[in-house]
Design a protein around this ligand. Structure first.
Ligand code: AGP
Length: 616
């Protein structure tokens, strides 16, 4: 979950590296460091604890300058948040520096061997083990490439590494092991870039080469040579990434999360573009490798994901089972990968991931592969690992960069992606007629406008409710059926950015325990659109009110009953029952955002979190 940046070329490396780290700070921000080399000044190392701004201040005091360098923002895994543990780390000679993303699972064994050889350690990190191993191997082989190759061959666990040696000042060596999180190589004119994620590179080039598992790259200003760790040459052409770097900037919003909440109408327009024909009642998912015959054979789908993406999987279950009548099981990827699952034949794995780099989700995909089960990945990051290993093809969200750690536009895009997949499956399997698909598509094309309507009509009200409830210590979110996952998602949004304990619950479960929590200090969000179980939700609202709870209801425009029972009512426009989650979640995103603001929390970079969980 760390941010890694490397550069070699004619520009001032410090500027390129720091700018890249700023674009990656959402990946982890416990500490930051930079190593820049220039023939005269030699190797200049600067490191600081806390936000990247502290490193920038350090560089103002003691500048570093040169045309080659690397930098790192850290999400601590081994060793506390201290300057000594900040990357880059050096070998004993001080001539080799290394930055790393991931976890060396056998670092204690390797460190023990190094200590026996008399190596002195300064930090508690697994990264310093790598630095010393590369240093010792370098003095045996006289080659940085050979030293990194030899070292990576001894590591266990997912790792991405970049190394530099003062004796070979014209190159950086990068390597990838497992699913630690990407190594993207940006191809420029007479300059090259390395980063753990594309936003760090897009200001300079959109031609990107991604390292695969067990590959090593020697990067010079003129280009890159890629080999497998075993030494076999790899020819890989760059992918031209369509993301616009400007889109990755905040624009005139205060936070990335705010920007991304309000980008949802555009994101939901973009995911549909080129994929539906309402007149003909057809859905085109051209990136999928599964044709009608393959889709007809699918008897069971396993949706696997983490966090918010897992909530999307729960909604996908409803949508796909209703539209295509295919059984869908939903698993936390972190559970799926270790439960030795019996997938059976005619199964399909559906991985859902914004980053496409979540290590548990990638491991779940690997488990499916070993059982011969094809995988489709609903994914946002273009060229990410999940997109590349999905043999059933990626279903890209095209939502653009999502920088805020709390996922918003990617989530609603995931819901639409699941809907598109459900319609595609239904068409292939004949569970819906073309006329029925046409009707569903009509609801779909109206969705971006309805999201814009909710944003317009509820933004101020959510701000006022945040003012009213931001001192709460607990919160309860209730929903039923397809909106139960939205109760979970609303609770997750609140807890991950405002640090208020919040729970999502199936409303029907209230009487089996949670009703004991109700008192006049507890805000209870009740998601109650006018659908098939509306009456049941009404009675849940009454149960909460009968015990003095404060009810914030999400209701359908035109509902005149619910507002008479709830303390506060936020309205959403009517839509197809299978699409209500895309609308009901929006006020919950806004509410969480404004509560967090009022509590002075860091909305875009909440404590202890990172945007992409690439370590277990
Ligand atoms: C969402 O608000 C969280 N930041 C987190 O739960 C996230 O959804 C989860 O880590 C999965 O990430 P992914 O979609 O990139 O796989």
């Amino acid at each position: 979950m760390c941010g890694i940046v490397g550069y070699i070329g004619p520009r001032e490396a410090t500027e390129v590296v720091v700018g890249g780290l700023q674009r990656l700070e959402y990946r982890g921000y416990d500490s930051a460091g930079i190593a820049i080399f220039a023939p005269g000044a030699g190797l200049q190392l600067r490191r600081s604890v806390g936000k990247l701004s502290n490193l920038v201040a350090r560089l103002r005091e003691t500048p570093a300058s040169g045309n080659i360098g690397m930098g790192h923002t850290r999400w601590a895994t081994h060793g506390g948040v201290t300057e000594v543990n900040a990357h880059p780390h050096r070998d004993t000679s001080g001539e080799i520096v290394v930055i790393q993303n991931g976890i060396v699972e056998n670092y204690l064994e390797l460190k023990g061997r190094l200590l026996e050889q008399g190596v002195q350690f300064h930090s508690q990190t697994d990264t310093e083990v790598i630095a010393h191993m590369v240093g010792l191997a370098y003095h045996q082989t006289g080659s940085l490439e050979a030293a990194v190759r030899q070292t990576m061959g001894q590591l266990r666990g997912g790792n991405a590494v970049v190394a530099f040696c003062v004796r070979e000042p014209g190159r950086l060596v990068a390597a990838r092991l497992g699913n630690a999180g990407g190594v993207a190589i940006g191809v420029g004119e007479g300059e090259m870039f390395i980063a753990s994620d594309m936003p760090a590179i897009l200001d300079y080039t959109r031609d990107i080469i991604f390292l695969e598992d067990r590959e090593l790259a020697v990067v010079t200003a003129d280009g890159v040579q890629i080999t497998t760790l075993a030494g076999a040459a790899v020819q890989r052409a760059p992918i031209s990434v369509p993301w616009d770097p400007v889109a990755a900037a905040k624009g005139d919003y205060k936070h990335f999360m705010q920007k991304e909440i309000f980008e949802q109408p555009r994101a939901l327009t973009d995911i549909l573009r080129g994929r539906i024909d309402v007149e003909r009642g057809e859905v085109y998912l051209d990136d999928l490798t599964l044709d009608d015959a393959a889709l007809r054979k699918v008897e069971r789908i396993y949706a696997v994901a983490c966090g918010t993406a897992w909530h999307a999987g729960l909604v996908a279950k409803f949508v796909i089972e209703q539209l295509a009548r295919v059984r869908v099981e939903v698993d936390y990827a972190s559970e799926f990968r270790y439960r030795n699952p019996v997938l059976g034949k005619d199964a399909l794995l559906l991985a859902i991931s914004q980053s496409g780099e979540t290590v548990d989700t990638l491991a779940a995909m690997e488990e499916a592969r070993t059982q011969g089960v094809p995988a489709v990945a609903i994914v946002n990051a273009i060229g990410s690992q999940a997109a590349r290993v999905a043999d059933g093809g990626p279903l890209y969200l095209h939502a653009g960069p999502e920088i805020g750690v709390a996922s918003t536009k990617a989530f609603t895009s995931m819901l639409v992606a699941a809907y598109l997949l459900g319609l595609r499956l239904a068409a292939a399997r004949g569970t819906l007629t073309q006329a029925q698909v046409r009707e569903h598509l009509q609801h779909l094309v109206e969705l971006p406008g309805k999201v814009a309507e909710v944003l317009e009509s509820s933004a101020q009200q959510c701000e006022q409710l945040a003012e009213r409830f931001h001192h709460a210590t607990n919160a309860l979110y209730l929903g039923r059926q397809i909106n139960y996952p939205i109760a979970l998602e609303g609770a997750l949004k609140l807890k991950e950015i405002s640090y208020i304990h919040a729970e999502g619950y199936p409303a029907g479960e209230m009487k089996h325990g949670p009703v004991a929590l109700i008192d006049d200090t507890l805000p209870v969000v009740c998601i109650a659109p006018q659908d098939g179980i509306y009456e049941k939700m009404l009675s849940n609202v009454e149960q909460v009110k009968a015990r003095g709870g404060q009810v914030i209801a999400i209701a359908t425009v035109g509902d005149t009953v619910l507002p008479t029972k709830a303390d506060h009512t936020i309205f959403i426009p009517a839509t197809s029952p299978l699409l209500t989650p895309v609308l009901t979640v929006v006020p919950l995103q806004l509410f969480a955002y404004h509560v967090a603001l009022r509590r002075g929390a860091d909305v875009d970079q909440p404590r202890n979190l990172a945007k992409s969980v690439t370590v277990e």
